[in-house]
Design a protein around this ligand. Structure first.
Ligand SMILES: Cc1cc2nc3c(=O)[nH]c(=O)nc-3n(C[C@H](O)[C@H](O)[C@H](O)COP(=O)(O)OP(=O)(O)OC[C@H]3O[C@@H](n4cnc5c(N)ncnc54)[C@H](O)[C@@H]3O)c2cc1C
Length: 471
């Protein structure tokens, strides 16, 4: 490693959706920018396991940083998804009151929405709720319609940001955890297994570990307590049970258990909210599953007639504070972006824009970011999109797009091959899953697993055995 390779104007620690959004925002100018991610893939932390809702931010705390950045991020992400061909469905949501106390709270929630700049909500009667969502359980007392809520493909968002950042010159280091940070005269020295890298400015976007990085710099502004959210994915046959997202009345701690369609055509039930000590504990538990099924039975009884095809859990980076923990320390050339709890997917582009502003006001020359997306698109993965197997033009260009590999999710050989050779290529089956949907369907790889493993092993030039043990 020579001196130029090892020194950057800006180093970003953490390649989740927020770190990648920041990398994209800061790319394309004269500054040298590096993105360090400890995992072998981007979006492998909290960003891979969320509810994938494109939030209006109607229920955030008015006046908070989260409120303004989610509001801004929501607008920007809607445009970004359209420009880059990422699946996004504007389903709308109805927040359901299940008792009189909750019904009485709807007015306050509507006022809160207004204070958060969400002007088009509407309080509706129990009859109107049932007319919109006829399969809901007994006891509906009324509802609040939030027409702007939607669902999005969360994996492609992170990958799109990262691809654009790399295309515009950001140097990406995967499998490169930052182990320690020391200060030299005019730069931070980031210690890795490959040696140390220098950076004039440091941006900490390490998600669950943002407090650890913050302490490496000498700050102690917050402590992350992982808040686990377990979720159940129901078979696609259940999709007609709902027209949009069904939300509960949120509490101080959590948005509560919702039922939502996904852009893959499933229904999702969850998440739980459990405070843990272990930042790596993404296990699903029998208690969690039982609690969710009890909620699901109450909210949408007929959901119980359908199979659960997958369970997963994600960890929110909750802190002792209620707001995002974003602070700039210009004298230390350091920006901390921590505590991005349950809205970071939606807020990512708003957060990135805000971080760029913080850097500009500290005198750093950040490019304007205009025209970043021209011509760049992501593979179409959503049910609302035309997939390669449905596209005669694509198939006639290359028959590999007409060869089915994963029947449940309708994934072609061509897509799996492409995922292994993309600019930011998949390095394992998890990476292929998130880039193509292969193995994610009803059979969870039971039928297609062996063939997918063979293809991925061949394309990556590795032994099939090295990819096994993925379930
Ligand atoms: C159950 C659940 C449901 C959610 N639902 C929604 C939703 O519907 N809509 C929404 O907008 N948001 C939702 N969220 C929130 C959203 O997923 C997060 O806010 C967002 O993913 C946070 O992104 P991040 O980049 O800050 O963190 P992460 O994705 O965790 O990224 C941080 C990265 O830093 C890396 N890292 C850590 N330490 C180091 C180190 N020392 N060196 C190098 N790299 C390091 C990690 O490997 C990780 O990849 C939900 C979250 C959960 C858990």
């Amino acid at each position: 490693m020579n001196e130029t390779e090892a020194n950057f104007d800006i180093a970003i620690i953490g390649g989740g959706v927020v770190g990648c959004a920041i990398a994209r925002e800061l790319s394309g100018g004269s500054l040298t920018v590096a993105l360090f991610e400890s995992s072998s893939d981007l979006g492998n932390g909290t960003s891979k396991a969320n509810t994938a809702i494109w939030h209006t931010g109607f229920d955030t705390v008015p006046g908070s940083l989260e409120s303004s950045l989610v509001h801004r991020g929501y607008e920007k992400l809607g445009i970004f998804a359209e420009q880059t061909g990422i699946a996004l469905e504007r389903t709308g949501a109805v927040l359901v009151a299940w008792d009189e106390e909750q019904a009485a709270a709807l007015k306050n929630l509507q006022e809160k929405a207004l204070a958060n700049g969400v002007v088009d909500t509407e309080i509706i009667s129990a009859e109107e709720v049932i007319r919109r969502e006829p399969h809901l359980g007994e006891g509906v007392q009324g509802g609040l319609v939030v027409p702007g809520e939607g669902i999005i493909d969360p994996w492609s968002v992170t990958l799109a940001f990262a691809n654009l950042a790399v295309l515009r010159g950001v140097k990406l280091f995967r499998s490169t955890p930052i182990l320690g940070i020391t200060e030299a005269q005019d730069r931070h020295l980031l210690e890795t297994h490959q040696g140390s890298y220098g950076a004039r400015w440091l941006i900490n976007v390490a998600g669950l570990y943002s407090d650890v990085i913050d302490r490496m710099i000498g700050h102690e502004g917050f402590t992350i307590t992982p808040r686990r959210g377990q979720l159940l994915v129901f078979d696609k046959l259940a999709r007609p049970l709902l027209s949009g997202i069904v939300l509960p009345v949120p509490t101080e701690r959590t948005k509560g258990v919702l039922v939502s369609p996904t852009v893959w055509g499933n229904l999702l039930l969850g998440p739980t909210a459990e405070d843990l000590d272990d930042k790596g504990d993404t296990r699903s538990t029998s208690d969690g599953v039982k609690a969710l099924l009890a909620d699901g039975k109450r909210i949408l009884p007929r959901l119980m007639d359908y199979d659960v095809t997958a369970v997963y859990a994600g960890l929110r980076a909750a802190t002792e504070h209620r707001d995002y923990q974003i602070t700039s320390y210009p004298n230390e050339r350091y920006v901390c972006v921590g505590g991005i709890r349950s809205t970071g997917l939606t807020g990512s582009l708003g957060i990135a824009e805000y971080v760029a502003e913080l850097l500009r006001s500290a005198g750093v020359e950040i490019p304007s970011g205009k025209g970043l997306e021209s011509g760049f698109t992501m593979p179409p993965l959503g049910e609302c999109q035309i997939r390669p197997l449905q596209d005669p033009n694509k198939i006639s260009e290359d028959p590999a797009y007409g060869t089915v590999l994963c029947h449940c999710e309708q994934v072609s050989l061509g897509e799996v091959r492409d995922a292994c050779h993309a600019m930011i290529a998949a390095e394992n089956l998890e990476g292929v899953r998130r880039r193509t949907r292969a193995l994610n369907g009803r059979c969870q790889g039971f039928y297609c697993g062996a063939e997918v493993v063979d293809v991925v092993a061949r394309e990556l030039g590795t032994a099939p055995e090295s990819l096994m043990g993925f379930q």
